[in-house]
Ligand binder design. Structure first.
Ligand code: NDP
Length: 397
């Protein structure tokens, strides 16, 4: 049993609050804190039973954060605010001797670039303080990294080729919307492609490489090679990998909107002058796009995310595909949030549970694949994200 503090009351925070509230034998007390307290209050009220306490906090303000952590005294802080807050929250955890978990790696506000170096730089300080940081504990990164660790532990002597495949075959009925924070999402999908091959990174133009891949229960969908953050830690932690890539499906309508947004400068992160004041185009865009947290009500269809792996077992080549399909409607019925928020929030709760149960608890800063995957995999089945394995199947890749 332990105390949980959640930072961020968006789509993912909604799911973390719902799912952790239901785990009464793991989380004794829960505090949901965010920039806009009314959002925390609305979530807490929906969950009911006085299970969730709420607070206002600006997570970019170290003093405020430290004060709140000191007064609530959580065992672990789950950061589901935005990647810009990662280092501030890690600093506050360090100052108060509290463990930390997040679902997305740090990204500076003024540069569309994400990498683990900034957070890995906390290793010595976290180790000395005797606290744990669990990095990237959503679905991708998160479950995909645990799937890879599970495959390497149980099904292969060496893994050689890894393709992470992420399909959202859902339909929210809007002409254009992003499934998580629009600013972070658009920064991610418009950058150059990048994958690991034979010991080095290979760069591509955005969306240059694509092909149809068949997703279980969904069918073929055009899938685009993009760079995704878990590749950075996976190629370090599984050095037998000869190639590691990430594929994501996009519909033509989505890509057309994205191209227009870019062409007219609305994806820009540099401030521009507008009516006598500075505005950042992508932030203004976020303000007029649908709120991802509000997409759930009419969202139909499923996500399907998994790992397709080729490697060696007992001297023979084998293939393996492990995936989860998640229904937007079922996610919404349970938590009031769509499947992208659900598939991120549930693993964050399981990660916090692993920490509190002492299963993923060691001093330092770790990516999720550095822990034992087995108890986490077990909880995925119990908490709403069951997985399926296919052996010696055609990987298409
Ligand atoms: P939202 O934009 O819906 O929610 C973000 C929340 O953080 C909002 O409540 C926002 O407050 C709050 N917030 C922002 N800045 C601050 C601040 N300075 N202090 C306190 N609170 C703040 O995002 P999502 O819920 O969709 O995503 C949350 C995180 O999950 C993101 O980091 C995203 O990258 C990550 N993610 C990870 C995935 C994975 O599989 N690993 C997949 C999808 C998302 P306010 O309401 O006032 O704006």
């Amino acid at each position: 049993m332990g105390k949980l503090m959640i930072v961020g009351a968006g789509g993912v925070g909604t799911v973390v609050a719902h799912k952790s509230a239901a785990q009464k034998d793991v989380f004794s007390e829960i505090l949901l804190a965010s920039r806009t307290k009314s959002k925390c209050d609305a979530i807490a009220e929906k969950i009911g039973g006085n299970r969730i306490k709420t607070a206002q906090v600006d997570a970019d303000d170290l003093k405020q954060l430290v004060k709140l952590i000191k007064s609530f005294k959580p065992d672990i802080v789950v950061n589901v605010a935005l990647p810009y807050q990662d280092l501030h929250i890690m600093d506050a955890c360090l100052e108060t001797g509290t463990s930390y978990l997040d679902t997305a790696n740090y990204e500076p506000l003024d540069e569309a670039k994400f990498e683990y170096s900034w957070q890995w730089a906390y290793r010595d300080r976290y180790t000395k303080a005797g606290i744990t940081a669990i990095l990237g504990c959503g679905f991708d990164p998160g479950v995909t990294s645990v799937f890879t660790a599970y495959a390497a532990k149980h099904h292969f002597d060496e893994i050689h080729y890894l393709d992470i495949v992420d399909c959202n075959a859902g339909d929210h009925g809007k002409p254009f919307a992003t499934n998580f924070n629009p600013e972070i999402n658009i920064r991610e999908v418009t950058q150059k492609g990048k994958y690991w091959e034979n010991g080095k990174w290979v760069y591509t133009k955005p969306h240059e490489i694509h092909k149809p891949l068949t997703y279980p229960g969904i069918g073929p969908r055009e899938s685009y090679l993009i760079y995704h953050e878990e590749l950075e830690s996976l190629v370090k932690n599984f050095p037998t990998l000869k190639r590691a890539r990430f594929w994501m499906t996009f519909g033509q309508e989505y890509l057309t909107h994205l191209r227009v947004i870019q062409n007219i400068g609305m994806a820009g992160i540099e401030p521009v002058m507008f009516e006598g004041r500075e505005i950042v185009p992508i932030r203004f865009l976020k303000a007029v796009l649908p709120d991802p947290g509000g997409l759930g009500e009419n969202y139909k269809g499923e996500t399907s995310i998994g790992c397709r792996i080729r490697g060696i077992k007992n001297g023979k080549e084998k293939t393996y595909y492990i995936y989860n399909n998640c229904s937007h409607e079922a996610a919404y019925a349970e938590t009031g949030a769509q499947a992208v928020s659900y598939t991120t929030g549930v693993p964050a709760v399981i990660g916090a549970m692993m920490y509190l149960q002492g299963l993923w608890k060691k001093p330092g800063v770790f990516n999720v694949e550095e822990f034992d995957p087995d108890p986490f995999m077990d909880q995925l089945n119990k908490l709403g994200l069951p997985w399926v394995e296919l052996h010696d199947t055609d990987l298409e890749l």
